[in-house]
Design a protein around this ligand. Structure first.
Ligand code: NAD
Length: 428
């Protein structure tokens, strides 16, 4: 795997040049504003203390407090956290949110921890980061292998340390603790809304569009279920252990129910509480990426499509629900082949958009109902999608280049409002 952060910086440099961004602005995006690394002590159930490594990065805050998820995964690294925080900077700018980009992570396999160890780890993380985050400074949220309950523990720990109520310190919380309706489905719904707009432009018929989804977590489940409801055929899904494939298509809610109860990805169809196995083929994650489908949705981890497997990819359209699933060198190959890529900074921006709504509701003390959240999300996604589409059409760019161009121009306007060399050298 290439160094994700170097790869992310290279992309920003390249796309800044073509978007005509002031070099001083580009320089401001070449390193994080602040990076925190901490040893997190956790009392384990056997009485021992283990130390986990935790990170939090505030990448760029010119547009507002930094915002971004916390990931629990054994492969978390400083480079990954910084890359994800840089992408959050681009994403928030593209969506027109008053946020900069941040991200956090803990090097841990949460599946090996008991529920009580997981709680102690989450509280330990917040104890280490309490001076680094805050409702006006940096606002975490869920990401891979973290969820609403973990956000609730972290909020509780922050409030205990500060001795005040501060629900706006974190988003993606349980609803009774100040979470927003619609946050759980927001990332998947945002991606679904993008696909709907793309389908309109391309004249796709849902029932003739075959979809493969890599991953079956929060983001993947909701996008797959919404597409299926519109008549799309979801012919493959997978989790970290492998996938299943059936040309007749899966009923996503049946798979989800089974996954929740047995923790297994099983090809079942359920009516009421009766589930039966349907005809299917077991496939690996690599085989899923190589399926001859109309739409491929990587919704798990980054760099799953790389130089060494890009030639196997047959899908004509890829919607990046995961962050960074396509390595830069693989993207060049796909671009040359005319594959349409809806980039992560647009496709998965529904999550941070509803996180923003949650933060607004927490600060105003006025909760919204679900239709209001969904309407606002649709407005934000449709505005961003149209803007990216127009830039791509008028400037002859890929959708990723167009998304970065829109975001970088917004960041540039804010950065240059403070004055750059042009101003200070006295010409203006
Ligand atoms: P999740 O923890 O709910 O689900 C992760 C899924 O990925 C699980 O199904 C897991 O089995 C699968 N997975 C893990 N390792 C895998 C592997 N090696 N191969 C195939 N599948 C694997 O996480 P999520 O919140 O759904 O996040 C998925 C992606 O979406 C991540 O890239 C995340 O950064 C991105 N994302 C999430 C949000 C959000 O709001 N949750 C927002 C924006 C982007």
């Amino acid at each position: 795997m290439t160094d994700l952060f170097d790869d992310a910086l290279k992309r920003v440099r390249q796309l800044s040049d073509s978007a005509g961004i002031d070099p001083e602005v580009v320089e401001s995006l070449m390193q994080p504003k602040a990076m925190m690394k901490a040893a997190l002590p956790v009392r384990m159930d056997d009485g021992s203390t283990r130390y986990f490594t935790g990170y939090r990065c505030r990448f760029n805050d010119v547009l507002g407090p930094t915002k971004g998820g916390i990931r629990y995964h054994p492969q978390v690294s400083q480079a990954e956290v910084q890359a994800l925080a840089l992408w959050m900077t681009i994403k928030c700018a593209l969506l027109g949110l008053p946020f900069g980009g941040g991200k956090g992570g803990v090097v841990v396999n949460p599946k090996e921890l008991s529920p009580m160890e997981l709680e102690r780890l989450s509280r330990s993380y917040m104890r280490a980061m309490a001076d680094f985050v805050g409702p006006e400074v940096d606002i975490p949220a869920p990401d891979v292998y973290t969820n609403a309950r973990i956000m609730g523990w972290m909020m509780d720990e922050y409030e205990a340390i500060r001795r005040l109520r501060a629900p706006g310190v974190i988003t993606g919380k349980p609803i009774p603790l100040g979470g927003s309706l619609g946050r759980d489905e927001a990332t998947g719904r945002g991606a679904y809304l993008c696909i709907r707009q793309l389908a309109e432009k391309r004249g796709w018929q849902p029932d003739q569009t075959r979809v493969a989804v890599q991953g079956f977590g929060n983001a993947a489940y909701h996008v797959a279920r919404l597409l299926q409801a519109d008549g799309y055929r979801i012919v493959a899904v997978s989790d970290s252990k492998g996938g299943i494939h059936s040309e007749q298509g899966f009923d996503i809610d049946s798979l989800w129910k089974e996954k929740q109860s047995s923790r297994q990805m099983r090809a079942v169809y359920c009516e009421q509480s009766v589930c039966q196995l349907i005809e299917h083929r077991e496939i690996s994650n690599e085989e899923l990426l190589a399926l001859d489908v109309d739409l491929l949705i990587p919704a798990a981890l980054e760099e799953v499509i790389r130089a060494d497997n890009v030639d196997n990819v047959k899908a004509k359209t890829i919607v990046e629900v995961a962050n960074g699933p396509i390595a830069t060198e693989a993207e060049a190959v796909l671009d040359a082949r005319g594959v349409t890529i809806v980039p992560d900074v647009l496709a998965n921006a529904g999550g941070v958009s509803v996180s923003y709504f949650e933060w607004v509701q927490n600060r105003s003390g006025f909760p919204w109902d679900l239709p209001e959240v969904r309407d606002k999300l649709a407005q934000y996604m449709s505005r961003a999608f149209e803007q990216v589409w127009q830039i791509a059409e008028t400037e002859g760019l890929s959708l990723r280049a167009a998304a970065y161009t829109a975001a970088l121009r917004r960041i540039s306007e804010a950065t240059t409002a403070h004055g750059t060399r042009e101003y200070f050298k006295g010409d203006n």
